[in-house]
Design a protein around this ligand. Sequence first.
Ligand code: PMP
Length: 424
Amino acid sequence: MAWTNRRAQELRERAEQVIPGGMYGHESTVLMPAEFPQFFSRGKGARLWDADENEYVDFLCAWGPNLLGYGFEPVEAAAAAQQARGDTLTGPSEIMIDLAEAFTGMVSHADWAMFCKNGTDATSMAMVTARAHTGRKTILVARGAYHGAAPWCTPRTAGILAEDRAHVVHYDYNDADSLADAFKAHEGDVAGVFATPFRHEVLADQHDALLEYALAARALCDQTGALLIVDEVRAGFRLARGSSWSALGVQPDLSTWGKCFANGYPISALLGSNVAREAAKQIFVTGSFWFSATPMAAAIETLRQIRETDYLERLVGAGRRFREGLQQQAASHGFGVRQTGPVQMPLILFDDDPDFRIGYGWVSECLKRGVYLSPYHNMFLSSAHSEADIAQTLAATDEAFEALKKRRGSLQPHPALSALMAGH
Ligand code: PMP
């Protein structure tokens, strides 16, 4: 069936009337090419259908939560069984303890777990825990890193006071000297250091964490008593079956988890070592839905799948096939592309494309051929991305490169992206 967006346009117009801006937050398509649909009707495995019934091989995976495939049966069954017993009750189910035991058993630095709903809950709890533990104010965050949408960390400034982030200080990711300088400039006052497992910022090539940087972060925290916090919300369980920095031999004091550990059910977590247990006992953090049992049952099954199946090897295998296929196609069509980050969390940017118009043009051509990609944000594979999905994807991307070549001279920059970049 030919790609169409008639219903998408109608929904956009209705949404404009009753939802500010028609949509908000990270799933808003305001920074996507104009053709991208805002509303979806269903998902299964690695596939997604929009409101016009266009079918896509989805490389956003709900922006992370889809790890094992949409509607993955074993997780759905565990969630449904718990839902039938009770979800949001007057107190948590005992499975909260099972989940904390399972999670801390998998993440080497963790002695305890606290559960919440979104990644921002977990990162904000980590910040408060670090301040409670040290009695200090300064929180060090890598410049440009995203840790959520609370006043202390949101990237946009509307409605935010300078005071809200007065003690949030930036350093440069992967730069041990810049981190040491930040410690020196705030000597005696650093409560915690945030680091993501690798550098995964929008509109910029991704970079692995340098060992020297991770070791320096650990050493500076040890010397000063500050807490090292690894924010696993985006990358957790897509690099490793436990702590992402275990491969570097660096153990954080706290780690924050969200998105994918219940395969799409709403739950996030703060994990910590015994060093931070007393502080974690003192802080007051809660929410009406934080103790609901259904997402916990989904999480227990998802963690079991992570421990006992080859999901990670399949993610990596699919990501590698995708990357290698694209690299060959781009070269044969005469485009320079930079594919950075782990193959299972790819970001694809074009050479000689300062305002991103080539990349935007290419993902638009892919969309109309049934492949949903992002032109500016890292993407995610799931273990449901099969060889057939990747083969179908590569057939579409090849045609998209061909179509792009023909349109190359008439591509335009994206207005909202240009405005955002001018404001940076
Ligand atoms: N930390 C990181 C590294 C993230 O990528 C995100 C979300 N993209 C968050 C925190 C915030 O998570 P949430 O949107 O679930 O609040």
